[in-house]
Design a protein around this ligand. Structure first.
Ligand code: SAH
Length: 468
């Protein structure tokens, strides 16, 4: 171990920053967050530092560095761009046994600054021993993504009940088991979801019950349109902690691969006209699993509340007193639009967008065609591939010009994405000549014309970056 990681208490301790530029400003802000008494030594000051002085938050010594300024100082940071000054600070501080850091100069450091993930009171410091601050920042970004903001609140909750738990469980192992259950379970989830009062009430109840009953919960999660990068942080976290994954056909393998490896997976997929598990059975399955104390991830394509029957599933859960939470996902319209370069609204083309189901019932589609066939509006049809001809005919007969552009986006956001464009009167030819597979989304409106243009920009950017 080259350096010992420690967390230093600087509250009300005197700290010195030598230098008055941008870097010094950042360091001053950091020290102020740790409630240190900060003095800045520099003949000149950047605007933001001057503001801190005027607000009385830091003290300014308007001089060049002199070792006498180190008197009573606990920690010093040299942030000047003058090598000699930085060296002088380092040697003077070392001689006095003061912790010293010279920014971006590992050799002149008595301590080094880590990349920080702050979920106070939880703090994580990442260091590569100065080998690569950029790598430390990348690691930090990864940790930021997996450690929810709510961890700080969770730690505060634990702190609040610590004594009670010690009093309730005299045995250390029992205490550890108890906290493991709580921190990996529903109470932690309530805290992450900002439901602090409920979390406290349940924790208090769990302490008096002795931590025996594990209550199940259902996470209704939007898995997005296919590309796993489009999952939310919350979706990923819950996917990795659920004991059971109940998923359907729209969930891509890449997304499913991100669920907990040892979780039990149940496929309840639906094909058009071939509902492999009836909706009522899925609803009941979720209730039964949760009542067995399982944490159930109900993973749905896109967003659960957009043509996802998410509403029906939570109704049954609520009626049966099962805890649940809903995690939004990127719906197919947003994913397809972004990945195909077709904005859904555009100042010059469309001031409204409407999402509608093109699902055929008894061979017809009972939609308000008059409201759909409006100018300056984009229409997105989900589940419309089979009814495409009816869609085009109806839109034309309700007033949309037959030249209105239309796009079909197949398997959007996946490596198999294909985009077909045409007009309301030509698109059926495309259907006949190409083998178009579900899931496919349909976008109607003049915004579709932007596809060529924006894709051209994209390929141009790729050429500029040497990617093609
Ligand atoms: N809840 C989902 C929609 C389910 S309805 C969501 O919010 O996206 C199923 C329809 O969604 C499909 O018939 C298709 O029209 C569309 N769809 C879902 N994923 C898609 C994808 N990756 N590419 C294109 N269309 C998709």
């Amino acid at each position: 171990m080259d350096n010992l990681p420690i967390f230093v208490n600087l509250r009300q301790r005197n700290c010195l920053i030598v230098g008055g530029g941008e870097v010094a400003t950042r360091k001053a802000a950091l020290l102020l967050e740790a409630a240190a008494c900060v003095t800045v030594v520099s003949p000149t000051l950047a605007g933001s530092l001057r503001e801190l002085v005027m607000e009385g938050k830091i003290t300014h010594i308007e001089e060049s560095f002199h070792p006498r300024q180190l008197e009573q100082i606990r920690l010093v940071i040299a942030a000047t761009n003058d090598r000699e000054t930085n060296e002088a600070v380092y040697h003077a501080a070392e001689a006095r046994g003061i912790l010293v850091n010279v920014v971006d100069n590992l050799e002149l450091c008595g301590f080094i600054m880590p990349a920080i993930i702050d979920r106070s009171p939880v703090q994580i410091a990442v260091s590569t021993g100065g080998a690569s601050p950029v790598l430390a920042r990348l690691i930090r970004a990864k940790l930021e993504a997996t450690i929810p903001n709510g961890y700080g609140k969770l730690a505060a909750l634990v702190e609040k009940f610590r004594e009670q738990v010690i009093a309730r469980f005299s045995n250390v192992n029992a205490r550890r088991n108890f906290w493991e259950q709580i921190l990996g379970g529903d109470i932690a989830e309530l805290s992450f979801a900002g439901r602090h009062e409920e979390a406290e009430a349940q924790l208090a109840a769990a302490i008096s019950a002795g931590g025996e009953d594990q209550v199940g919960e259902v996470y209704l999660i939007g898995g997005g349109p296919g590309d796993p990068d489009l999952l939310t942080f919350r979706a990923l976290r819950l996917m990795q902690q659920a004991d059971v994954i109940v998923h359907d056909r729209l969930i891509s393998k890449a997304v499913l691969d991100l669920t907990r490896r040892d979780a039990h997976r149940i496929y309840v997929g639906k094909e058009r006209d071939n509902h492999s598990v009836p909706q009522e059975e899925i609803n009941q399955l979720l209730v039964d699993l949760a009542k067995q104390g399982k944490r159930v991830c109900r993973l749905k394509g896109g967003a659960p509340f957009i043509f996802g029957r998410g509403g029906e599933e939570i109704e049954t859960l609520a009626a049966n007193g099962v805890n649940f939470q809903v995690v939004p996902g990127v719906t197919a319209a947003l994913g397809s639009s972004a990945y195909a370069g077709i904005p859904l609204t555009h100042r010059d083309h469309s001031q409204a967008v409407i999402f509608v189901t093109g699902h055929l019932k008894d061979g017809s589609m009972n939609l308000n065609w008059g409201a759909l066939a409006q100018p300056h509006q984009t229409i997105v049809f989900y589940m419309g591939l089979r009814g495409l001809e009816i869609i085009c005919q109806q839109l034309i007969s309700h007033g949309l010009p037959k030249e209105t552009p239309i796009a079909l986006i197949q398997q959007a956001t996946t490596p198999k994405q294909r985009v077909f464009t045409g007009t309301l009167c030509t698109i059926s030819e495309v259907i006949n000549s190409e083998k178009i597979k579900p899931p496919t989304l349909i976008i109607v409106g003049t915004v579709v014309n932007l596809h060529q243009q924006l894709n051209w920009f994209r390929s141009q950017a790729m050429i500029d970056h040497g990617e093609v």
